[in-house]
Design a protein. Structure first.
Length: 173
């Protein structure tokens, strides 16, 4: 993936972001809950029907700028590979030297810090992150690379302000 713009680290595989289309972009990453994830028993106790590790994300993008990205021809259901701007994190507990990330990281986005704020060097092999030595509670941060389907998109313009806005809703496959 490569972005045609240096105004954002966001990268969309099939949607070029020309200059003036993505400055100040807002990204919202939220978990998509399957229907009826939480149910109540006959004793009125809440229980989760969630399958661990099966969570999916919705990516909502919006921006007000000078130009629209290349959305013409983009249809509901089209597949888009998204290099997100939002970071996810996971923890490497004391005594451990590696952790498996929930999603594939965007190349070069993985970094780690100890609980005291000191940086920790990491190596990445696919979704597995290794730290150089055992440390006390290390948090690993990364930007996820998500394969998504287009749910919807919209564009608008303010003639007097010479400004356009756009939004794009995507859901992880």
């Amino acid at each position: 993936m490569s972005s045609s713009s240096t105004e954002t680290v966001l990268d969309l595989s099939t949607i070029p972001l020309p200059p003036g289309s993505a400055r100040g972009i807002r990204e919202r990453l939220e978990v998509v809950a399957p229907t009826a994830t939480i149910r109540r028993t006959v004793n009125n106790q809440a229980i989760s029907l969630r399958v661990p590790g099966e969570d999916k994300y919705r990516v909502s993008l919006s921006c007000d700028d000078l130009h629209l990205p290349s959305l013409d021809g983009l249809a509901v259901g089209d597949e888009v590979l998204v290099a997100c701007t939002t970071e996810l994190s996971t923890r490497i507990s004391a005594g451990a030297t590696s952790a498996a990330l929930a999603r594939t990281p965007v190349a070069g986005s993985v970094h780690a810090r100890r609980i005291d704020g000191q940086s920790v060097s990491v190596s990445v092999n696919g979704r597995v992150v290794n730290i150089s030595a055992q440390a006390v509670d290390v948090t690993v941060f990364y930007r996820p690379l998500l394969t998504c389907l287009v749910e919807s998109w919209s564009g608008d313009s303010d003639e007097w302000a010479a400004e356009v806005g756009w939004s794009l809703e995507l859901q992880e496959v």
